[in-house]
Each structure stands twice: as structure tokens, then as C-alpha cells.
Design a protein around this ligand. Sequence first.
Ligand code: TYD
Ligand code: MG
Length: 452
Amino acid sequence: MAKNSTVFICSECGCEQSKWLGKCPSCNSWNTFYEEKITKTTNKNNFNENIISKPINLQDIKIEDVPRFNTGFEELNRVLGGGLVQGSLTLVGGDPGVGKSTLVLQLCNKIDVTGKILYVSGEESGTQIKLRADRLHVVKDNIIFLGETNMELIEDTIKDIKPQLVIIDSIQTMYSDDITSVSGSVSQVRECTSQIMQICKKQNISTILIGHVTKEGAIAGPRVLEHMVDTVLYLEGERYLIYRILRSVKNRFGATNEIGIFEMQDNGLSEINNPSTFLLSDRSENLCGTVIVPALEGTRTILVELQSLVTRTVFGMPRRTTLGIDFNKLNLLMAVIEKHLDISLGNFDAYTNVVGGIKIYEPAIDLAIAMTVLSSLKNIPISNDTVVIGEIGLNGEIKSVNLIENRVKESEKMGFKKCIIPKSNKDSIKGKYVIEIIGVSDLKEAIDEVIG
Ligand code: TYD
Ligand code: MG
């Protein structure tokens, strides 16, 4: 029997199947399978081929300090774990138009790389990049532009000009002669990445790949590359909001889940070093259904405002909608309130959101969500100088949260007067802060303290 010469690959996660499927069994996305020719890959993946591997005792391996470049952006440095590691491969993903090229071009201007920087663009012409560079006030004279999409030619250029930093904008526009499928397909994107990885690792060149997150699936998303690169960053942001969040989802040289916050302006992205001030800037006095919660993002605490609106259902099933928090969490918390406080919510719609387009998925915001729902339901405002922290168990008990000190410290720093925390957390921080700290052990106690 003749062997299959094509394979179907999911453009979301790279899962391979011998026949077409409507739904990917691996990542559950629909309509993402595309037919691709099977390509014989030569065994070129051992990028350390000049090093002959010998087994060595772990204790004998000497750690040298990883040299890092200062990117010139404090936020970006922190997300990267202290700067861009020399010789590392970084993937910057995000929706088209979110500002990836802008961020990377600004980085080229600010980073303390003394050697050459090669900016390879398969999307924009030299003129377009130059226009953007002028707008962003890029003044460095070591940035070299190359408008090329063929990997082999890019490789030659890298060998030729020996840059210290290479930017590939975007990986989905690149193609390699070794592979017959169209550029943007899973196998092309993987092959191009592995080629660039070999050359850069061999020559100790830092590389930044830009990858578009796609909804349609015809182009392979950056997720198919996540396992190959050292660091994966995603630039997120709503089209109608000015700020952008850079999130690290994988980092071989630092903590993950770290975020950096930027603001998109006329002359590019500028960092927001104190996000709490920024997020709380336009709060009004004494509104019902809103409270501040110190949430953890990576290693940093950010004070965010949570809001809920609870209204009587006019027709049929009650509606529940969330923005920035998990939908099921709202449902679950409302069920806990119903059962534990004996309040009927079956005839009420509930809408909860996090102000400013931030997304928070940690359980420490449970108590704050419950308090906003109750405050809106009862039409009683929560005092403006109070913050609420705590995880809620299914029996209405308040469970302790991690890193309580950071949260209390940030709240005190931002001028809040009262801090509602889980009782079990209270002992560890007794007497250390000026801010009034109140420990609560269940929902009833919390509601007495917060809403009264
Ligand atoms: P861009 O970096 O081209 O996005 P990506 O590379 O992720 O596709 O950013 C494009 C958007 O950013 C565009 O909508 C315009 C906006 N923008 C500004 O608001 N200010 C600026 O200074 C620049 C350069 C872009
Ligand atoms: Mg771009």
C-alpha cells in the first residue's frame, strides 16, 4: 500500500492526524486542521553540534552568570527575568495590530547592545519601518534593516554581518527552501524557527521572533513554537483601550506569569511603572458594587477595581456575564452566597467586571467578588478606603491566601485604611502595619465588616 504523503496538522497546537478532523482532540479548537505535505526533516536540530556531549556529574557543572542585555524598559526587563539573555530565543506573540512591531522597534532603540541589530521584516518595507522609526524617535545607528522572507538568505546575511540581536517580524511570513508547504503553515513555521535557532545558538546571537495569534487557523499560531523557544511573551490589549499587557507564559531564565504594563501613545509604547495608581485614577466616591482588591500578577501586587451590577431579571433565565474573571467563578460564588447567607439570587441578573481590561484568575479575589455582588444587591456602598482579600470555600469559609504581606503592604502604600483578610492569615502579619487589619473566617463575618 502506498504511504500517505500528506498529513493534517492543527494550526493552533500542531497536533498531527492522518485524516481531517473538525475538532482538534488535543486543544479542542474547531476547524483548525490543514493538509500539509509530509516533509523529511534532516537531523539538523542538534544546534550544539560543535560541542561533543559527554556525561558529566551535575555537581561539576559550573554556573556562569548569564549575561543579559538591559532592554531600556524596566517593565520588559522584569518580564524577561532581568533583561534579555544573550543567545536566547524569545517569541513575542499577540493579535495583529496590538503593537508587537512597535514594541520591538523601540526595544532596538533602547537596548544596550553595542554590536549590530538585524531587523528582518517580511511584512513591511524599509520605508514603512523607517516611517515608524521616525515616529518612535529611533536614533540608534546600529539597526540594519532587511526586507526578506527566505530563511536561507537571512542566514547568509546573519553570517555576513554578525549581529548581536536579530528580530524576525514575523515568523509566519518566513519560508525555507527545504520545505514545500506555503509560508505560515505549521511545518514552515517550525522549520524556520529551528533554522534560526541553530544559527543563533551557535553564534550566541539573541533572537526575537514575532508571531501573530490568529483566529482563522489558516496560519499557524505561535503556540506551535512554544516548546522550541526559551521565552514566550504575549502582548495583550483591547483595541479600544490604550494600555497593553506583556505577559510571560514561559521563561527559561526567570519567573513566568510576570506582567508588564504599557500605554500606547502617539509616539509608541511607554511603560506604566505604578499600575495601581494608574488603574485607580478615576474612582468615584461611594458607588455600590465596587471594591478594590490587591491581586497578584507574577511577583507584583496590583490593586484593581472590581465591579458588579445585580439587577432583577426581567424575563426568563437570569443572565450572568463576566469580564476579566472566570464566568464559572461568578456562578459558583453566587451559589455559595445563596446557600450560606440564605439570600435568593435566582431572580437576579449579575454582571461582574475588572476595571481597565485586566484579567485575574487567582482565587484570592473571591471574597471581593462576593462583596461587590452583595453590595450591589443591597444597594449599600463599600467604603472607598477598604480593600478585600480572601478565597471562599464551598461552605462559605474564608481560606488563607498566599503572599499576604505583599498585598497588605501595597494597600498601605496606596493609602488604604482598612484591609479585610482571612483570619488564618492575620497572625503572620500582626503588628507589622499601620493599616487596620480585620480577619474574617466566613462570609457572614465578612459581610458584617464590609457592608454592615
Ligand atoms: P504594530 O506594532 O504595527 O502592531 P503589530 O506589529 O502587533 O501588528 O502596531 C500597530 C498599531 O499601533 C496601530 O493600530 C497604530 C498603533 N500605534 C500607535 O498608536 N502609536 C504609535 O506610535 C505606533 C507606532 C503605532
Ligand atoms: Mg507588525
